[in-house]
Design a protein around this ligand. Sequence first.
Ligand SMILES: Nc1nc2c(ncn2[C@@H]2O[C@H](COP(=O)(O)OP(=O)(O)OP(=O)(O)O)[C@@H](O)[C@H]2O)c(=O)[nH]1
Ligand SMILES: [K+]
Ligand SMILES: [Mg+2]
Length: 344
Amino acid sequence: MGILEKISEIEKEIARTQKNKATEYHLGLLKAKLAKYRAQLLEPSKSASSKGEGFDVMKSGDARVALIGFPSVGKSTFLSLMTSTASEAASYEFTTLTCIPGVIEYKGANIQLLDLPGIIEGAAQGKGRGRQVIAVARTADVVIMMLDATKGEVQRSLLEKELESVGIRLNKHKPNIYFKPKKGGGISFNSTVTLTQCSEKLVQLILHEYKIFNAEVLFREDCSPDEFIDVIVGNRVYMPCLYVYNKIDQISMEEVDRLARKPNSVVISCGMKLNLDYLLEMLWEYLALTCIYTKKRGQRPDFTDAIILRKGASVEHVCHRIHRSLASQFKYALVWVSLWAGDG
Ligand SMILES: Nc1nc2c(ncn2[C@@H]2O[C@H](COP(=O)(O)OP(=O)(O)OP(=O)(O)O)[C@@H](O)[C@H]2O)c(=O)[nH]1
Ligand SMILES: [K+]
Ligand SMILES: [Mg+2]
């Protein structure tokens, strides 16, 4: 049996197993197995065509945003609208066959926007250019999942499943579990909170499935077995995702209103240039960048020339951005924080 069949067998078994106290361990084990096979699937294969590598596009600017979506949802139209790069758009599917980078200039930052080929169900297993597209998505700071507002919810859940299956976690934070494999001493298990989804026994079973017999585990959060498996497997990426419903010119006001209220969602029309400013504002928020302005003593800062860094950046980061040798000779800094909304 190939890996794909094994995966589908396990998925079926999980689907038909009722979720209750008695099946808890069985389900936990199945999930651990599933994660293991998926990891194997992701290992780069020998043949060149199905390499898990992305398209060869250099990272540039202050942040990277990847456009992910089904064919013909309007990704290229969007890139051409928001950047000075033109990407061919047409009414037939798979118009775009490679990765096309553009730059959005916003609040003094250069945001690299990547137009990508459309992906379909089965992308993670190599359908179309799925693997390459997903490999690029992993390198982004934010994913824009572009959806066709006329197509309902199907596209969204299918793509979520594809990304989920290759270890991309959308709008989730890293589970707060301390996990450290050891050389000996068995498994020491502790938790600082009451656990409702995992138990010591289940954790042990899952670890054994991964042939881990010595480790320190500390749950600091009421995590699920899946989240625990994510921690053991590692290499997960936790990424903010904006769901962008395009083509709202084609649906009723009621439907627009319903989609707009969904979490992490923005409704737009590239065709009629509707709501694009709001999308940029949201994107900026999701990128969580900080603008830092330097100033000379006794002078006002130059608000046209920002140093753009990630949220949480330190003064040392700022020094490095100015000059490599600055941090080592550095004595002190005076820092003002602007409390204007959105300026971080
Ligand atoms: N009605 C309407 N049509 C749109 C809108 N945005 C894009 N389109 C049309 O949708 C079709 C597909 O647009 P593309 O930009 O090529 O879509 P894509 O997602 O890049 O497609 P692939 O590259 O094939 O994956 C084109 O005919 C566009 O003119 C919109 O807001 N409203
Ligand atoms: K198209
Ligand atoms: Mg395109």
